[in-house]
Design a protein around this ligand. Structure first.
Ligand SMILES: [Zn+2]
Length: 223
């Protein structure tokens, strides 16, 4: 008896190691279900197979899918000419510290550089008459409402150079004004910021140019 049990165990071990094993199911007169590794009349055969589980391999650099399927808009450089240099970026400690300008970028450029729309939209506000530092820190500016509700603002423009009016539709590359040095400006430059209207008022939001600033002129916009 002991020998038979040992033999059975050995057989079972062999069957398991081959990853497939046949069992026979039978039911006795009392309705109890039995399983055996030997065929008996009326029993039903089962082949038990273990599947080899392949380890799941994920690419190391796989990133989670973005929740928003629309890629973020990348702004072409809003000027003609250059290359110019970025003099203050997002969170710049000089003046990009408040909610309205936190993600603004300052690009130094000679006064009179053509400033063009970096994104299509509708002009919603302009200032064109300020001389020098004046009363408004923004100096002369053009504010364009984009179709997604954000606004692009071009600041410190040259007095009298704004060439668009409120309500006017502008396309990417449309001439808006000439750069200047008006308002709170320590030297000729463009302050370009993208803002979003919130319950707390206008706040700046992060944006990216579609090419590095300070490397190549923006030939795409035409010189
Ligand atoms: Zn600035």
């Amino acid at each position: 008896m002991l020998l038979r049990l040992l033999l059975f165990c050995m057989l079972a071990t062999v069957a398991t190691s081959t990853l497939a094993m046949t069992l026979y199911q039978s039911t006795d007169a009392n309705g109890a279900v039995f399983f055996s590794d030997r065929h008996t009349p009326g029993s039903q055969a089962f082949v038990i197979q273990e599947r080899r589980v392949e380890p799941v391999r994920r690419p190391l650099l796989q990133r989670p899918r973005a929740v928003n399927p629309r890629p973020a808009y990348r702004y072409p450089l809003p000027w003609r000419g250059g290359p110019f240099r970025l003099t203050q970026g997002p969170n710049g400690s000089f003046s990009h510290t408040d909610a309205k300008s936190r993600y603004a970028m300052d690009i130094a450029m000679p006064e009179g550089t053509p400033i063009i729309a970096a994104r299509s939209g509708t002009v919603v506000k302009t200032e064109n008459s300020q001389i020098g530092r004046g009363n408004d820190a923004s100096g002369n500016f053009v504010r364009v409402q984009h179709d997604d509700g954000t606004q692009g603002v071009y600041l410190h423009l040259k007095q009298g150079s704004v060439s668009v009016r409120v309500g006017q539709r502008v396309a990417v590359g449309s001439l808006l004004a000439l750069s200047g040095n008006t308002g709170n400006s320590s030297g000729p430059h463009l302050h370009f910021v993208v803002q979003q209207s919130t319950e707390a008022g206008l706040v700046s939001i992060p944006y990216e140019f579609n090419q590095p600033v300070g490397t190549l002129p923006n030939f795409a916009a035409g010189l």
